[in-house]
Design a binder for this molecule. Structure first.
Ligand SMILES: [Zn+2]
Ligand SMILES: [Zn+2]
Length: 355
């Protein structure tokens, strides 16, 4: 095997990233070395690329970006038991301590010492990456690697939608970026009665419809409160999946959520949000809950099962496939909002096979 590999690096503490080379990493005794087949761009990566306030406080360049992937195991450390060379894996990207109170009580997704692949460690916009055995998720063979790569964000969507009763319920998905459109697909697949998409970008609103949204609302053009109350007999929706992180959208959602409803929040506001706690939470008796990552590993089994059911429209979730050296194009797409999932390929041959 060669010594050097191509990577997309966050080299400096400023906007952008560079195509560069780095030594192929060697797995430690509890790690596996993976050849990346496909790696998708996450909203987190887009924030890091743009070098927003959050990234400035969290990211320490230089390092290799990326965390959503599928690839083939090339080599395993001598203590690795459950993974073999040749396995096709993806990974849970939260690398947890396994010994804190949360890890020990089945809540590893909120481990107090979480490290994130491709945020705190070298990531997957590379030809090869090393992953702890504990984080590897073995995939079935013969599946499009793009679909396998997006299981991680699909897990976020799944965790959000399934964080309370959903069968036969009405749900509004607020913010239809990649995870929002996935939430729509999941809600439809698991039997929500009516799925309402709220999104300001027309491309994404159309994507939301394609993935099964029954009603699509652009709040720039119509009042979501009025439209949603009308569509729900004046009562509002049972569930809000908050993916926008937008203060105004959150406030509006609190007006069109049903009494006793559930608001599951995944979107990340960039500042404090003012809400009417008395009228919109206490007197309405609603539940607001934060959604962090994916349950380890309940959510992964749910995602696997849902993909296997064939009820999920994966094809329309992936809108762009690019060679890894065209990563700038991918980030421009993410910035414009005119995309679903964008998938990068370090190996042109693998990209050609799926085209
Ligand atoms: Zn991600
Ligand atoms: Zn822990």
């Amino acid at each position: 095997m060669k010594n050097l590999m191509n990577v997309v690096m966050k080299k400096e503490a400023k906007k952008g990233a560079v195509y560069s080379q780095k030594e192929v990493p060697a797995p430690r005794s509890d790690e596996v070395l993976v050849k990346i087949h496909a790696t998708s761009i996450c909203g987190t990566d887009a924030h890091i690329y743009q070098w927003d306030e959050w990234s400035q406080g969290r990211i320490k360049p230089p390092y290799v970006m990326g965390h959503e992937f599928a690839g083939e195991v090339i080599e395993v450390g001598d203590k690795v038991k459950s993974i073999q060379a040749g396995d096709i894996i993806s990974a849970e990207t939260h690398i947890v301590c396994e010994v804190c109170e949360f890890c020990k009580t089945g809540q590893a997704h909120i481990c107090k010492d979480t490290k994130i692949l491709g945020v705190d460690t070298d990531g997957t916009y590379a030809e090869y990456v090393v992953i702890p055995e504990a984080n590897a998720w073995v995939n079935p063979k013969g599946v499009d690697p793009a679909y396998l790569a997006i299981q991680e964000p699909l897990g976020n969507a799944m965790h959000t939608v399934m964080a309370g009763p959903i069968v036969g319920k009405t749900i509004a998905v607020v913010g239809c970026g990649p995870i929002g459109i996935m939430a729509i697909a999941v809600a439809k697949a698991v039997g929500a009665s009516k799925v309402i998409a709220v999104e300001v970008n027309e491309y994404r609103l159309n994507l939301a419809k394609k993935l099964g949204a029954d009603i699509a609302i652009n709040p720039m053009h119509e009042d979501p409160i009025e439209t949603i109350l009308q569509a729900t007999g004046g009562l509002g929706v049972d569930v809000v999946a908050e993916m926008s992180g937008n203060a105004r959208a959150i406030d509006q959602a609190l007006k069109y959520i049903k009494l006793g409803g559930r608001m599951s929040m995944l979107g990340i506001p960039n500042d404090k949000v003012a809400i009417d706690v008395a009228n919109d939470i206490v007197f309405k008796g609603i539940t607001m809950q934060g959604i962090a990552g994916r349950k380890m590993y309940d959510t992964w089994y749910q995602v696997k099962g849902l993909i296997e059911s064939g009820n999920l429209n994966l094809e329309d979730l992936v809108t762009h496939r690019l060679p890894m050296d065209e990563f700038e194009k991918g980030f421009d797409l993410m910035e414009s909002g005119n995309c679903g999932k964008v998938v990068l390929y370090p190996d042109m041959e693998i990209l050609e096979q799926t085209r």
